[in-house]
Design a protein around this ligand. Structure first.
Ligand code: ATP
Length: 186
């Protein structure tokens, strides 16, 4: 593994969208890791919910988001690296060049990656979108979701690269080009 790309940003700013486009661009040299996956898996198991519906980007996920945040915060308060570690456990690090972590939400997530892999392995990337853009993509302010640390903890952080994802571009080409050039990925 050469680099780990930690992608963060507010809801509906395009973290998944850009991560998928970047994955296509890097072809079989990269994988996407989602910290939310082990969270959703454990939560679904606990409550006997449909894990596939939880992992997809639909209303089912939104319905359980608030409770899941509360429960996962409790787990993190005892071990801040718990879900990062669980998510990275399945990554085939020897056979790929890049790991794209598409849902970084907290300072402690970034801290865990720095401590575990070293600063030289990590690039932090912040995606931003105007409120109007996010609304057009389906975002609605939700108390208990948009005003809690899982959404706001990184608001005052500094990132290696910040990219605006406002212009709708189905291929995501321009943004990916900027990302590749700025971080000198090849
Ligand atoms: N540059 C873009 N061009 C066209 N559509 C986009 C672009 N960026 C994002 N979208 C669309 O906006 C919607 C939200 O994007 P996405 O799911 O990637 O956001 P997210 O940051 O992962 O959100 P969440 O935190 O809620 O999971 C998706 O339907 C996605 O296809």
């Amino acid at each position: 593994m050469r680099k780990i790309l930690l992608i963060s940003g507010k809801r509906k700013c395009g973290k998944d969208f850009i991560s998928e486009r970047l994955l296509n661009r890097l072809a079989n040299r990269a994988i996407i890791v989602r910290i939310s996956e082990p969270i959703k898996r454990e939560w679904a198991e606990k409550l006997k919910l449909d894990i596939n519906a939880m992992l997809s980007d639909g209303p089912y996920k939104e319905q359980y988001r608030r409770d899941m945040i509360l429960w996962s915060d409790e787990v993190r308060s005892k071990d801040y690296g718990f879900f990062c570690r669980a998510a990275m456990k399945k990554a085939p690090l020897e056979s790929i060049d890049y790991v794209i972590v598409s849902d970084i939400r907290r300072k402690n997530d970034i801290r865990w990656f720095y401590e575990t892999y070293g600063h030289q392995m990590i690039h932090t990337i912040r995606l931003t979108s105007q409120v109007a853009t996010r609304e057009a993509r389906g975002w609605q302010f939700t108390a208990g979701v948009d005003d809690v640390p899982s959404e706001c903890d990184l608001d005052d952080s500094i990132f290696d690269l910040e990219l605006e994802n406002d212009s709708e571009d189905k291929s995501g080409e321009k943004l990916i080009e900027r990302l590749m050039t700025n971080l000198q990925l090849n």
